[in-house]
Design a protein around this ligand. Structure first.
Ligand SMILES: [Zn+2]
Length: 229
């Protein structure tokens, strides 16, 4: 199986992922009307399909993310979003979704998308690929002079202190890091003590349609014990 086919085989249409999530959370008694969404994903317009699916299901999300999908805010920003959770009945639920993203073209191009009205593909995620290009070029410090890109550079360097990863590997490593960050910031503010938590992480895959590779989906109730959804 080629690399693009392998990625596609692990993904599903993004609407299916979140329809399934809605079913699973409702089975646990989480009410849609008492669920407040927050999203940490890249600034790229291609990720808007995630925002659309989330908004159509749970309402407008609080935006936590910076370039690459890494949270651009820490515990204070998470705490602000948490304070917006509705509590019509019961504890209310804070749904936090974090994702990296990756463009694929045809059968064998990973890390690119052909955007609306353009003739040539551009890199996706452009921020992450700018970072791996810099590492391939041998830069020993972040060269961008921009806060989010420089932070992403340091993060990828810390994940790969020696080898420079290919784009697909770097993307999946970023997904795991985003998942870790979401859980870390929620734990730092003891968010489960106020509301039920639903934490979902994965990779948005841009192909002919927008797809999602689910990494982890977790429910954390009052006990603070994470349970896989
Ligand atoms: Zn991006």
């Amino acid at each position: 199986m080629g690399a693009v086919a392998e990625l596609l085989s692990r993904s599903e249409p993004i609407g299916s992922t979140f329809a399934q999530l809605l079913r699973l959370t409702e089975q646990r008694g989480v009410r849609r009307a008492d669920t407040f969404p927050a999203v940490s994903c890249c600034r790229d317009e291609l990720v808007a399909d995630l925002h659309s699916v989330v908004e159509a299901t749970w309402g407008r999300p609080f935006l936590l993310g910076g370039l690459g999908g890494v949270p651009a805010v820490g515990p204070v920003g998470f705490s602000t979003a948490l304070s917006h959770v509705p509590v019509n009945q019961g504890r209310g639920a804070f749904l936090v979704i974090g994702a990296s993203h990756l463009g694929v073209l045809g059968n064998d191009v990973i890390g690119a998308s052909l955007r609306k009205g353009q003739r040539e593909p551009t890199s996706t995620c452009g921020a992450l690929i700018a970072v791996t290009d810099s590492l391939h070029a041998g830069d020993e410090a972040p060269p961008f002079g921009e806060h989010e890109l420089d932070s992403l550079w340091r993060l990828v360097r810390s994940l790969y202190p020696v080898e420079v990863p290919d784009v697909a590997s770097a993307t999946e490593a970023l997904t795991k890091q985003i998942d870790t960050d979401l859980h870390r910031f929620l734990a730092a503010i003891n968010a489960h003590q106020r509301h039920d938590l639903i934490v979902v992480s994965g990779t948005i895959l841009h192909h002919h349609e927008t797809r999602f590779i689910l990494y982890r989906s977790t429910f954390i109730g009052e006990s603070g014990q994470p349970e896989t959804l």
